[in-house]
Design a protein around this ligand. Structure first.
Ligand code: BDP
Length: 657
């Protein structure tokens, strides 16, 4: 049992016979649906019907069943395939399919994974081995995993992928690479998956020899126009471009005194005739200016209304960078006339990478359910991005993938759940983290309740646990520089970028700790709609789980439970450690219910996580204690490290950016 089968584990015996599958047509997508049924479906006869009147359901479908027959109807063939996965999921979850009356319509049109894969096979922030895409072998040699990958995505409704890193090599758009991309697109197409590419803004100059890459330069525009036509000849359903521009050293329109809108629109215009879109990232910040958490808003709000209708602004869930917990990004809801989409990170760059068990659905839900108040109460990020509050031509949701060539795809067996959860929420953002966890556990391991219940509990609490042992109470970005794995709250990159230094984010001194983002501080609170600006801006009303995000809080500040801030911090770190210890106890009792290999692999990862939790606790408490000068409460586990030793660890691991 190596985990390679993901959640796609079906009964060993065959499914229904060919005469129990009623479907007209022979398209590749329909044939996959037939194959799934005849290999895995063990219930009634299934009829698949395309029905033009169901076009309004987009990729959705209806399922109606009786004792003898299930009818799946959809406006498009891909909806039929999704319907087939739906009934297979019910079968795997032991749900009766005798009396179904289901209508499904996806929450988002574009449900997209962003791969941060480089052309040399490495993956930026990838922890599951090298890239799945074998660029050297393509277009001639075809890995069987391309189709398995498409299969897994289709089974949860993911319908789009960006193949390459947002820090994009211009070579991605070279003719030879496009021919390789075409092969992948052809394999993915029957599974309903469209291919997109990250593009480097300087491509015209680098590849085409234009004098610059100024978006208003006619030669540059022509280069992109020709490139688009070349791409669409190879890949007629090509999805479009993802662009990281003028961010962390990447080229962009500002290099030529142009705006993000100028850059995005130039690309949007060349893609428009083919139905392509531009996902333009709002992740922009520079060291010289304001509070990093404010910069995306400052940059994009003045451009609202200036973008073409096939541009969508892709916004990370938080305003800093995929931290264990951030306030939501205030740009959500602030653009009134420009479509917005969320970018989540499935790969656990800041959450213990492939070593820690952290189930991310609660984090995704926290963002989607955050009320921005942009159009009054109830203006959740889900409703802003899914078209409910902002009628949009296209709606989308994205996440940075955690997939690599490791046998189990994601490094940690439980990291598969995060890929699964993203897909399920992209399809239906109203599903609960609980339901998704239950489905996933049942499909991936066993339906035995003695396993499902405790493991689900562990998953559901795991994100908060990681917050507790890494950065509770709104602390953020106190990671070791470069790799972002362990703690480095003392990090102060003098001569480097202050906005990459942990000390910039926690601001600890003898009075207290935390980033003052109130009116008298950086005033990031003003970027939130009322009443949130007031709620966050007032230390008395600010939620305590974000208090150090918005306030510089005195060490002896009284928290709601009567403890001082310092004590509260100590207890939080300590409870994080205890929670992971509890996971070890839970997991060890799970041995009888599952296979040896996965049991042992998860067990050994939990040991690492436990040690890391202690490492985090000791590093942060011993370091912050040098400012607070207060004792660590005696009920709490004593540190087992010396601060000076912990500080040396960073030298061993080094910095790469
Ligand atoms: C940060 C990563 C960096 C990415 C960047 C981005 O550390 O590797 O390139 O975000 O999203 O999280 O562009």
């Amino acid at each position: 049992e190596d985990g390679s089968q993901l959640w796609l584990r079906f009964p060993a015996k065959n499914g229904i016979s060919a005469d129990q599958i009623i479907a007209k047509g022979n398209s590749p997508t329909l044939n996959i649906a037939r194959k799934e049924l005849s290999s895995h479906w063990q219930g009634q006869t299934v009829e698949l019907r395309t029905d033009k009147s169901l076009k309004k359901l987009k990729d959705g479908y209806t399922i109606k069943s009786s004792q003898n027959k299930i009818v799946i109807s959809a406006g498009k063939e891909i909806g039929l395939l999704y319907g087939v996965y739906h009934i297979l999921r019910l079968q795997q979850n032991q749900v009766s399919t005798l009396n179904l009356n289901i209508t499904e319509k996806p929450s988002y049109d574009v449900r997209i994974l962003n791969h941060w894969d480089n052309l040399d096979g490495t993956i930026e922030r990838g922890y599951a081995g090298h890239s799945l895409w074998k660029w050297e072998d393509l277009p001639n040699i075809i890995s069987p995993r391309y189709e398995e990958y498409a299969w897994a995505n289709a089974s949860v409704g993911i319908n789009s992928v960006v193949l390459n890193n947002v820090n994009a090599s211009p070579n991605m758009l070279r003719e030879d690479y496009l021919k390789k991309v075409k092969v992948l697109a052809d394999i993915f197409r029957p599974y309903g998956i469209r291919v997109y590419l990250s593009v480097n803004f300087a491509s015209p100059k680098v590849l085409g020899g234009t004098e610059n890459s100024d978006p208003l330069n006619k030669n540059v525009q022509k280069w992109w126009k020709d490139k688009a036509s070349e791409i669409y000849k190879l890949i007629p359903d090509f999805g479009g471009f993802l662009v990281k521009a003028n961010s962390e050293g990447q080229p962009g329109p500002q290099d030529y005194g142009r705006t993000h809108a100028d850059g995005a629109n130039m690309m949007a215009d060349v893609l428009k005739p083919y139905g392509g879109i531009v996902m333009w990232r709002a992740f922009v910040y520079s060291p010289s200016k304001d509070d990093r958490a404010k910069q995306a808003y400052l940059e994009f709000v003045p451009l609202d209304g200036k973008f073409r209708d096939n541009v969508i602004i892709q916004i990370k869930n938080g305003p800093v960078d995929f931290q264990p917990r951030e306030a939501f990004n205030p740009l959500f809801g602030a653009l009134k006339k420009t479509p917005e989409m969320v970018e989540f990170q499935i790969t656990q760059e800041y959450l213990g990478q492939a070593n820690h068990l952290v189930y991310l659905a609660p984090l995704f839900k926290e963002t989607l359910e955050s009320d921005t108040y942009s159009n009054g109460e109830g203006s959740t990020i889900a409703k802003i991005t899914d078209g409910t509050l902002r009628p949009a031509k296209i709606t989308a949701i994205s996440a940075v993938a955690n997939i690599g060539e490791d046998t189990n795809w994601t490094g940690h067996h439980f990291a598969q759940a995060n890929w699964y959860a993203f897909g399920r929420l992209a399809w239906n953002h109203e599903l609960s983290a609980d339901q998704i966890a239950k489905e996933w556990i049942t499909m991936t391991f066993t339906d035995n309740e003695k396993f499902v219940n405790p493991v689900k509990e562990m998953m559901l609490t795991s994100r908060e646990t990681a917050v507790d042992y890494m950065m509770p109470l709104g602390l953020h970005h106190i990671f070791a520089g470069g790799h972002h794995y362990g703690p480095e709250p003392w990090g102060d990159y003098k001569g480097g970028r202050p906005d990459w230094s942990p000390v910039y984010y926690h601001q600890a001194d003898k009075n207290g700790v935390g980033f003052d983002r109130t009116k008298t501080g950086s005033d990031a609170v003003s970027q939130y709609f009322p009443p949130l600006n007031e709620i966050y801006g007032n230390i008395k009303t600010c939620p305590e789980n974000l208090i150090l995000w918005f306030h510089h809080v005195p060490w002896d500040y009284k928290m709601k439970d009567g403890k001082t801030l310092w004590e509260e911090l100590c207890y939080k770190y300590d409870s994080g450690v205890h929670e992971v210890r509890d996971y070890q106890k839970i997991w060890d009792q799970m041995e009888p219910y599952i296979d040896e290999q996965r049991f042992a692999e998860v067990q050994s990862k939990l040991k690492i996580q436990s040690k890391d939790a202690v490492w985090w606790k000791d590093a942060c408490l011993l370091y912050f204690q040098t400012f607070s000068q207060m004792p660590i409460p005696y009920e709490i586990e004593r540190p087992v490290h010396e601060l000076e030793d912990l500080k040396k660890i960073k030298l061993k691991m080094g910095h790469h950016n």
